[in-house]
Design a protein around this ligand. Structure first.
Ligand SMILES: NC(=O)c1ccc[n+]([C@@H]2O[C@H](COP(=O)([O-])OP(=O)(O)OC[C@H]3O[C@@H](n4cnc5c(N)ncnc54)[C@H](O)[C@@H]3O)[C@@H](O)[C@H]2O)c1
Length: 170
């Protein structure tokens, strides 16, 4: 049976990238109005132009609370509500082992991969609770690296919490 998301509104972060664009396309193909979020203006413009009229782009940095709130506000202004949030934006750590990790890169990975989903989820949940019919869905894109150890890649050693994937909030 084909999935129908007609009348639903989704937000996908990191939607200028490979996986995020494919996720956004899946939502649009299922009938959802979809807001594509990315920090990279050029990637975002390309993805929005490829996905057509049901796609709307908002350039934002998921590590900034102000930028994140703007995503929720813009989505409500454009499509009236938010029903689904996909936390997909994420960075790799160049697979540096713990002994070699660069602290600047570590801080960036923590900000984008951990603080970003928290800020996006917090803002979305506040909207989910305020709706006439409260509810919504949050999907967190993780990695097998959050479930299993590896020979290199400090985020893999320390990121088991990224295994949390799906929250249905009703
Ligand atoms: N590709 C894989 O093999 C793989 C494997 C495991 C997990 N993942 C996870 O899947 C997700 C997507 O991976 P991908 O391969 O499509 O990555 P990608 O690099 O192609 O796309 C990530 C996108 O996130 C955007 N982004 C980065 N920082 C941002 C920020 N601060 N605010 C908003 N957007 C930001 C980038 O501009 C980029 O367009 C990531 O969370 C990644 O960790 C991917």
């Amino acid at each position: 049976m084909a999935l129908s998301l007609i009348s639903k509104v989704a937000i996908v972060t990191g939607a200028g990238g490979g996986l995020g664009k494919a996720i956004a396309k899946t939502f649009i193909d299922a009938g959802a109005k979809t807001v594509l979020v990315d920090i990279n203006k050029d990637y975002l413009a390309t993805a929005v132009s490829e996905l057509g009229v049901d796609a709307h782009g908002v350039q934002a940095d998921v590590t900034s609370a102000e930028s994140v709130q703007n995503v929720i506000d813009e989505t409500i202004k454009k499509f009236g509500s938010v029903d689904v949030l996909v936390n997909n934006a994420g960075l790799m750590d160049n697979f540096a082992p713990v002994g070699d990790v660069d602290l600047k890169l570590w801080d960036k990975v923590i900000a984008v991969n951990l603080t970003g989903p928290m800020l996006m989820s917090r803002a979305a949940i506040q909207h989910f609770l305020a709706k006439d019919t409260p509810g919504g869905v949050i999907v967190n894109i993780a990695s097998l690296g959050g479930l299993f150890g590896n020979r290199a890649g400090v985020r893999h050693d320390f990121f088991p919490f990224r295994a949390v994937r799906l929250i249905i909030f009703t």
